[in-house]
Design a protein around this ligand. Structure first.
Ligand code: PMP
Length: 377
């Protein structure tokens, strides 16, 4: 290639040269991948990504803006934000002797954990269907991913989980609690049995904690192989990209070696630090979302033909009649009405005909429910 990228034949030849270079130098599995798809949502009622629909109250937003204005953007973020971590540990009731690792969203921490364990032949295991990134990240790191099918009621199939752990000896087990996309929390005794029998680490992913109100953080001292993963995203700060991992300092020290330096930027740290003093605002928003969730489930159950699953998260999974086609038609109908949900039908056979809808504001939920009703008339 010449410096302009050409091999002497104009723009078309440039493209061919680039394609050749990608074929010759890029990993085949990366070339075969699709980028994580985020649906365009401009102007739509956005009920696809489990975001909190509420913004900050204006006074708080203004005070936050002032605080952010004082951040020294000419400097790199602190190497170890010790005082923020200390304050966060107090707020979340981190048991003594446990540590925190911060990540650019919990997605990054999932990546760090898998990367650290990705020895040749390593296995990552999760009940399935669950959060797609567990599988995607494991496979990118050339781990074997074992998904153990959930029971029909979306509970853990404990005998199958234990058998799979015996057979595959996973380095990491991920339990999304509540589970995305099914919305349920797994049975306590089953989780304990997994913690007791896992040959490696068990990550309880508590992304939806604000809507479940149940946590494993207090169990950290009891189970040395337990790690608790959390995020600020679902609480109402998805734009900040801040996740954190709680667990024994020995584990976290290993992951920390792989953490890109300065992975959490100064504005995120300053915003999170400021908002730690205002968690009551987010708690009140989460309470409203939980009440809306109950209303939404009742209203959906009153619509003929829908199967509506219980939820401990800020989304509801529902099954419409007619499988793939039914879900596709409903999804398209909702979109025509300006409402974006997530069509889960192709993700796993257990999700055939399923849509996942995030709980929004009362108005957004009413618009969604109206459109759903129209779709069955
Ligand atoms: N864990 C689960 C179970 C999720 O559903 C998500 C996002 N949908 C994440 C982790 C990632 O969250 P974030 O990177 O925004 O912290």
């Amino acid at each position: 290639m010449t410096r302009s990228g050409g091999v002497g034949g104009g723009p078309g030849a440039n493209r061919d040269a680039i394609r050749d270079a990608i074929r010759n130098s890029f990993r085949e599995d990366v070339r075969a991948l699709h980028a994580y798809a985020v649906a365009p949502a401009e102007g739509l009622v956005k009920l696809d990504l489990m975001e909190n629909p509420y913004v900050l109250p204006p006074d708080l937003a203004r005070a936050l803006g002032e605080r952010l204005g004082q951040v020294a953007l000419n400097r790199y973020p602190p190497g170890e934000p010790a005082s923020f971590k200390q304050r966060l540990a107090e707020r979340i009731g981190l048991p003594a002797g446990q540590s925190l690792l911060l990540g650019n969203g919990s997605d990054e921490i999932i990546h760090l954990m898998i990367h650290a364990c990705a020895r040749p032949g390593a296995t990552v295991l999760s009940p399935w269907p669950s959060f797609s990134m567990y599988r995607m990240t494991a496979e990118l790191d050339r781990c074997r991913f074992v998904g153990v099918d959930l029971r029909d009621d979306f509970g853990l199939d404990l005998p199958a989980m234990l058998a799979a752990m015996r057979e595959h000896r996973p380095a990491l087990v991920f339990l999304s609690y509540p589970n995305n996309p099914t919305g349920n929390c797994f049975d306590d005794e089953a989780v304990r049995a997994i913690l007791e029998h896992a040959p490696g680490l068990v990550v309880l992913d508590e992304a939806y904690l604000p809507f479940a109100g149940r946590s494993w953080i207090g169990e950290l001292p009891r189970y040395p192989n337990l790690l608790v993963l959390r995020t600020f995203s679902k609480l109402g700060l998805a734009g900040l990209r801040l996740g954190y991992l709680c667990g024994a300092p020995e584990w976290l020290g290993e992951f920390d070696k792989l953490r890109p330096p300065f992975n959490v930027d100064s504005l995120t740290l300053a915003a999170a630090d400021f908002l730690l003093d205002h968690l009551d605002v987010f708690d009140a928003q989460a309470a409203t979302i939980r009440a809306e969730r109950a209303r939404m489930i009742t209203a959906l159950r009153a619509i003929d033909g829908l199967q509506v699953f219980d939820s401990a998260a800020n989304f509801v999974l529902l099954r419409v009649p007619d499988g793939d086609r039914g879900a596709g038609d409903r999804f398209a109908h909702l979109l025509r009405q300006g409402i974006l949900v997530k069509n889960m039908t192709a993700f796993h056979p257990m999700l055939r005909g399923c849509l996942r809808v995030t709980v929004g504001t009362a108005e957004e939920n009413a618009a969604f429910l109206d459109a759903m009703k129209q779709s069955v008339e």
